[in-house]
Write a protein that binds this ligand. Structure first.
Ligand SMILES: NC(=O)c1ccc[n+]([C@@H]2O[C@H](COP(=O)([O-])OP(=O)(O)OC[C@H]3O[C@@H](n4cnc5c(N)ncnc54)[C@H](O)[C@@H]3O)[C@@H](O)[C@H]2O)c1
Ligand SMILES: N[C@@H](CCC(=O)N[C@@H](CSCO)C(=O)NCC(=O)O)C(=O)O
Ligand SMILES: [Zn+2]
Ligand SMILES: [Zn+2]
Length: 379
């Protein structure tokens, strides 16, 4: 192809400083080096974690950078030694890598991968610890190893899932983060059994995907907890059977749930990123076996606490990244499940805009009516 081996100049949204509007720039994207893949990003959604890093509260946040990690595109070119994808392949970039060689991958105990994590946390590529992005010669940091708010991006080959070319990229881009995270938190991390009682704190995309996963796992009661009562109408379509607004109660929310469920829920999920809610989510679990899964990302400096007695008496506190899914192996499987209509995606997409509207898309994210906004990157 004409662009292979060449620097590509394209449009990208650059975050120069925390909370300052993103700037659509002409960005130079260097060719992929050994073990790297350059992807033409066609569609990207916004996730709450992009807003979190942009806010300046992420201890790994680096500026200037190109945010974005929930996307789909087509491989433009590959670097030396890349064997598993080739130009023209349809792919989803994966912020959680899967190398199949490191001690994490080999352990069989986790979906975390250690191969490129130090580089992705430092906003650079492994090979030369440099960025492939620049504006007028000045480097721009990568983000989460994906940087999908750009018409072209460079990622490590261990961070690319090759998917069915028939799958609509404007939909399956959501399988880059929020939907798998919620489904996997239920299926892989908690392993919810049929008949279980479940509480979900926060009914955004992640919480609704937890509801969808819990329904498919056969949970008998799925209690949604949100401070925005408007969420209940939409949440019913994802499997939520009861709704509780903490603002309607004088008692602590954990007590409300314990009273509602004869001693507590079997499983709870925190899908907000609020450490007080994380405590409530643990403490609303049933004595002896209740398990609480932390999904929300809390700001730098925030810490969780509870009485150790809560754990001594059998409650279990867990966390999950990308729902425990092994990215390169299981994202294609999730795409196939969507194609067979076994999981929802379209229902999470409430807005469609273009890259030029990205600041408006972030504004929308803070409105209760927006679940996922998908941006089209090319005309
Ligand atoms: N662990 C992971 O791998 C992973 C992956 C994706 C997202 N996340 C994180 O998950 C969280 C949720 O993401 P999202 O995109 O669904 O966010 P979102 O903002 O769309 O949803 C959050 C919901 O929580 C509700 N809420 C806020 N404060 C509340 C409170 N005190 N009590 C009850 N409800 C409250 C809001 O009304 C909203 O409905 C974020 O922190 C995000 O960074 C983690
Ligand atoms: N740099 C952040 C990390 C935040 C975090 O926990 N990220 C999740 C994914 S959120 C996707 O929307 C994750 O996968 N964590 C595991 C990892 O980063 O290796 C911070 O320090 O707060
Ligand atoms: Zn995300
Ligand atoms: Zn690995």
């Amino acid at each position: 192809m004409a662009t292979q081996g060449q620097v590509i100049t394209c449009k990208a949204a650059v975050a120069y400083e925390p909370n300052k509007p993103l700037v659509i720039e002409d960005v130079q994207v260097a060719p992929p080096q050994a073990g790297e893949v350059r992807i033409k990003i066609l569609f990207t959604a916004l996730c709450h974690t992009d807003a979190y890093t942009w806010s300046g509260k992420d201890p790994e946040g680096l500026f200037p950078c190109i945010l974005g990690h929930e996307a789909a595109g087509i491989v433009e070119s590959v670097g030396e030694g890349v064997t598993e994808v080739q130009p023209g392949d349809h792919v989803i970039p994966c912020y959680q890598a899967e190398c199949r060689e490191c001690k994490f991958c080999k352990s069989g105990k986790t979906n975390l991968c250690g191969k490129v994590r130090t580089a992705t946390g430092a906003g650079v590529m492994m090979n030369d610890r440099q960025s492939r992005f620049s504006v007028n010669g000045k480097p721009i940091y990568h983000f989460m190893g994906t940087s999908t708010f750009s018409q072209y991006t460079v990622v490590h080959d261990v961070s690319v899932a090759k998917i069915d070319p028939q799958a609509p990229l404007d939909k399956v881009c959501l399988l880059g983060c929020g939907v798998p995270t919620g489904l996997g938190a239920v299926w892989n991390t908690a392993k919810v059994e049929p008949g279980s009682t479940v509480a979900i704190f926060g009914l955004g995309t992640v919480g609704l995907a937890v509801a969808e996963g819990a329904k498919s796992a056969g949970a008998s009661r799925i209690i949604g907890v949100d401070i925005d009562s408007k969420k209940y109408d939409i949440a019913k379509n994802f499997g939520v059977t009861e709704f509780v607004n903490p603002k309607d109660h004088d008692k602590p929310i954990q007590q409300v749930l314990v009273d509602l469920t004869d001693g507590g829920v079997d499983y709870s999920f925190e899908c907000i990123g609020n450490v007080s809610v994380m405590r409530a989510a643990l403490e609303c679990c049933h004595k002896g076996w209740g398990t609480s899964v932390i999904i929300g990302v809390a700001a730098s400096g925030q810490e969780i606490s509870t009485r150790p007695f809560q754990l001594v008496t059998g409650r279990v506190w867990k966390g999950t990244a990308f729902g425990g899914f092994k990215s390169r192996s299981q994202v294609p499987w999730l795409v196939d499940k969507y194609m067979k209509k076994e999981i929802k995606i379209d229902e999470y997409i409430t807005h469609n805009l273009t890259l030029g509207d990205i600041n408006k898309a972030f504004d929308l994210m803070h409105e209760g009516s927006c679940l996922r906004c998908v941006l089209k990157l090319h005309e």
